[in-house]
Design a protein around this ligand. Sequence first.
Ligand code: NAD
Ligand code: 3PG
Length: 527
Amino acid sequence: MTKPKVLISDKMDPNAARIFEERGCDVDVITGETPEELKARIGEYDGLAIRSSTTVTQEILDAATNLKVIGRAGIGVDNVDIPYASGKGVVVMNTPFGNSITTAEHAIAMMMALARQIPQADARTQKGEWPKKDFMGIEVTGKTLGLIGAGNIGSIVASRALGLKMKVIAFDPFLTEERAVEIGVEKVDLDTLLARADFITLHTPLTDETRNILSAENLAKTKQGVRIVNCARGGLIDEAALAEKLESGHVAGAALDVFQTEPAKESPLFGLPNFICTPHLGASTTEAQVNVALQVAEQMADYLVNGGVTNALNMPSLSAEEAPKLRPYMGLAENLGSLVGQLAHGNLTRISIEREGAAAGLSGKPIEGAVLAGLMRQYSDTVNMVNAPYLAKERGLDIRSIRHEKEGVYNTLLRVTVGTEDGDRSVAGTLFGAEAPRLVEIFGVRIEAELEGHMLYIVNEDAPGFIGRIGSLLGDNGINIGTFHLGRRTSGGEAVLLLSVDQAIPADVVKKACALQGVKVVKPLSF
Ligand SMILES: NC(=O)c1ccc[n+]([C@@H]2O[C@H](COP(=O)([O-])OP(=O)(O)OC[C@H]3O[C@@H](n4cnc5c(N)ncnc54)[C@H](O)[C@@H]3O)[C@@H](O)[C@H]2O)c1
Ligand SMILES: O=C(O)[C@H](O)COP(=O)(O)O
């Protein structure tokens, strides 16, 4: 048997190459190539091991004709086009916990550096100035730390901050009251956090919901003299607005490890006296780099040599016998979870996953994992079908799997229902011809649609002329409609429209759609 070939394309601890070789793979370490060079080379490899410097685009994936697995030695996978990789049958894995402690420690170091202006004082002292009178710091003891995002890293930051005798408050839609008590933080809404925190630190992935979570508007709601730390992802803060707030003194200090554009060669923040930064060093400790290198190489080699799957973001762990029967249900389950997660607002407290007809005869766990992974993917980069049920339970979500052996209208059906503060919300789907997944019901309205790519969900009053208005709006904005699906509760009542479109719908077009006569809800979706 020929040995699988692996390319390590980013700087990685040498333990990774050693493990690949020991596990029976050939390995090349070629870092710092341009996308064109990587594209020319990638065709000969079965595995690609990366950190954050390699961006795996559709073009790279198209050229990667032998690629079976991409392994991210780290957490964030926003540099990999996962949907496209999934379409190509390439498994994407990460190492969800290997650098969490290190990154949490970096956030704490940044907070302390801000409190005592250590980098600024160091630079001037080393110039021979001895500027003792210019640097009056603040204590962190007794101050309030506001965490935006209280997952793995956020909760480690909380534990360290509690040790520093800080009061910790957290905003995270997936944090339950029980978990908040367990990690010693007070769960609050975003406005309360902004108003109360002396320090704010961010620990969320970059998603449509978190992009610019510290916008100009939200920065204006922060406490006078707040200090802000971002060791999560660039794009969570509006950098120009932050620069203004630092210049006015409203924000007393900011420390960024990550930038909207990386490598960050210029920024309105550079040169401001109360701003400090590091070049995406959050995960850069010897310990974390050894952890993630060992883990990624073990996982990738296991997949390439034995077919074992661990920490995959786009594939469940399946036995060879079950796999072919379950496979078409997995995509349906994940899309139903994703749909209900994108549409249901507020704190989700419970979820039920019902299998009816032929689906009742299948193993429930992989389907449950796929639904939960779809539901939680929008909140976390690290969730996969294997760890989603564990994470959901840890966060207090009550999960029920129910089988109904009898067939209903469809000979096979999956139904996902979530309990929200506004009541239960349910979506259902079936397989056409045993293979093709279809949505068949959305919040009590019958509608048949394939869930794929970019879509637009609209609830409107069922009245003549609406379809023309939405069609014209999209057409006028150069957005091509692929498919168009309609459903309604009663004639003249509430209607649901689900459109697939060829591109992401810009925010201003969503705003215009919301303003159309008769519209009640507009929500862009992506699958
Ligand atoms: N600077 C670095 O080098 C470095 C190193 C490691 C990780 N990271 C980044 O740190 C981030 C957090 O990593 P993690 O391991 O803690 O991830 P995680 O998935 O364990 O936690 C993310 C948390 O964010 C919460 N969240 C999602 N959407 C939210 C929203 N709209 N508002 C508030 N909270 C929201 C989730 O519920 C979850 O609890 C990731 O983006 C990761 O890529 C950066
Ligand atoms: O998401 C991560 O794991 C961090 O951003 C680390 O990125 P790096 O591996 O490029 O240091």
